[in-house]
Design a binder for this molecule. Sequence first.
Ligand code: PHE
Length: 455
Amino acid sequence: MSANRGQWSSRIGFIFAAAGSAIGLGNIWRFPYVVGENGGAAFVILYLGFVALIGLPYMFGELALGRVAQRNPVGSIDAIKPRSRWRWAGILGVLTGVGILSFYGVIAGWTVGYIHKMLTNNPGGFEQFVADPWASLFLYALFTLLTISIVYNGIEGGIERWAKILMPILFVLLIILIIYSNSLSGSGGGLSFYLNPDFSKITGSTVLAALGQAFFSLSLGMGLMITYGSYLSKQENLVTSGIYIGIFDTMIAFMAGLIIFPAIFAIKGNMEAIDASLRSGPGLIFKVFPEIFSQMPGGIFVGVLFFILLSVAALTSTISLLEVEVAYLIDEKGARRKTIVWAAAAVTFFVGIPSAVSQGGSDFFTNFGLIPERFAGPDFLSQMSFIFGDLALALGAFLLSIFIGWVWGADKAADEIARNSPFFAKTRSVWMFMIRYFIPLVIFLILLNVFGIFN
Ligand code: PHE
């Protein structure tokens, strides 16, 4: 069976696809906003430390588990420890994928809607736009169809092929926007806010926010890298590939900041001039940006490029999220890819309907409020984002690092990672210590932070 599961055709194809998963709304929308709230450059330095010391070593573990077992997250755990309760950690991962894709797809749909809004020179009215349930559902359905059409064609002919086309487009768009943004008068203040560290703004919860962002942004904690690792050949060097993915993801997030802060300062003068309620949630990119662009020469055109950029980044992430479900159903239930892609996407679409109507379309879902206000906004979409994007990823990463370090065994995992990596072979004892002790402990602290212990 594993013969026809599919495989990445080349190392660069794998790196593009995995970096495409990592690079998404989390980099271009969430990263700059979290940086803005947490002291600018000081936060960026912390974030870099976490990517290098926790995110990357943990990623090697997920990739190695997938490659050794050649299965989806549930099947991979079963292959190491048959019929144990640990398979629930894999099931949690697959369900987390459904949960994230359900609300992520809604936001991704808005990015496409905004391409149209910018093209028709109609940048305002975010509230009315998202409150229209039919518009949101239509765009969400459209984005789901785009995602299906790529995953439908499998690993090499679908995901890898499109990642190789879309990622360079994304990169070029980013460069154009950075040049534009930094050429505006008054933009220099944004650059110095972003690049001069103010360490006095770093507190306990800031430290942990940086860590949570690192996990979400690198697509870790739900077995995505197990799944992508399962299509990787034994010849690949996991360590170098993982480092490339980390560098690309970090670089794109960093570059997004180079667009956003200079643009904000050019128009608004400083961060505080942006209404606090706009600084978080979907507001920042959808309200502030169109407003900023509409005040600039040639801004509408730049706005169109910006939302195309976001759609492209989101698409390479949604295909990866759908692939986790599809891989699970193919491996474990013997389903055919071309049939199951539709079924999996349809179920996920269904799960996302409440999110799509939760921005004013339906009173019930707009004021859902199951999770208390101090964790997330009352609307269904924000609640899903908290449950799956924060809580479930942290819990999943905690369980998977323990599974890899203790149940599979750090030694065996290190053997798999060390293939073709002489550097790793020499330093493996450091990694073994990290996966067994350091990483689970630190993730445990993130979980406490999610519950507001440090606030
Ligand atoms: N890493 C993606 C982003 O930054 C989000 C994501 C999380 C994708 C988990 C897949 C799995 O937008």
